[in-house]
Design a protein around this ligand. Sequence first.
Ligand SMILES: *Cc1c(COP(=O)(O)O)cnc(C)c1O
Length: 383
Amino acid sequence: MKGYYGEFGGQYVPETLIPALDELERAVSCAFGDDIFWEEFSSFMRDYVGRPTPLTCAKRLSAHYGIDVWLKREDLNHTGSHKINNAIGQILLARRMKKERIIAETGAGQHGVATATVCALFGMPCAVYMGTEDIRRQHINVERMRLLGAEVVPVKSGTATLKDATSEAIRDWVTNVDSTYYLLGSAVGPHPYPYMVKMFQKIIGEEARSQVLDKTGKLPDAVIACVGGGSNAIGIFSAFIDDHVELIGVEAYGRGNGKNGASINFGIPGVLHGARSHLLQDENGQVLDTHSIAAGLDYPGVGPEHSYLSTIKRSGYRLVDDSQALAAFRLLNSLEGIAPALESSHAIGYLEQYAKEHGGTTVIVNLSGRGDKDIHTVLEEGL
Ligand SMILES: *Cc1c(COP(=O)(O)O)cnc(C)c1O
């Protein structure tokens, strides 16, 4: 069925949005079949974002664990994470669709900053929905978005975090669907978003695959990435999916007290924000409160393709908690001179477990973003 990955995905939206999703699908299929679109995308990736990002051999970290670790450096992208790849792709699409206004949701503010950045670049008005709790926690990113010319719209409903901001953004879209393009930040939401976002993020995997072949002459044994909504993970996984390479997503286990962001490990299939996927919910279908020290992993749902890949066992999903992520943050700083985002620190944090079971292997870790935004959080926990 259209837009499904096994039993996951679909278009669970109010009827008023169906024509908008149809219009988006037509635009996606037309753009993706057009070489000029991809040439434009590539030139922005090269000359604005700074791609290709390096694949760095982490020598001291490798020695520490007794495995060969390569880091895919999405932290070196303009604005500091992989989110800009998708933001550029979607704004090029919005322009082709002749939309006049961009809206987005954000949690930590990374996707909000990426969206506000591309809106400044193309001179388009931009509204970013953000929970008041996140506005309080992520003040610098709020000010960055305002400097870039975006309007930050506070959302007070529910827990005043990402889930609620996303619901509000969808509400805005329903009301202003003719003029407005909804620039969604992860591989979630109704079809065609999960597919489209993967197509913009798969550049990570394509580069990493050819770089690792160049540098080592072979494919890695495993590719490891953190999973919030799942866009950086699906982006790097997609290039290795037909190979004999283990694909490992790392979910946030929070403080290990039942509140976490580990939808695939602990969720049950359900519908949130327009798609069916693993969802953290109680027995009455109420969405559970989540927690992760990494704001970008603090979300009760996950992209439908990850739900599918987990059910067919093509990829595995492991757990790393707040304190393991913090330890990984410090370790990468001290051994490699790299401050990873706390999200990416979950992927690094899994290496300890992995190395115990797989000595002597070669792995690529997707370093989805840089940790400057997280220094204050780490300091609050004490060096
Ligand atoms: C947003 C974010 C994530 C989580 O989002 P995915 O869609 O799962 O990739 C991970 N890392 C960083 C640095 C982020 O900003």
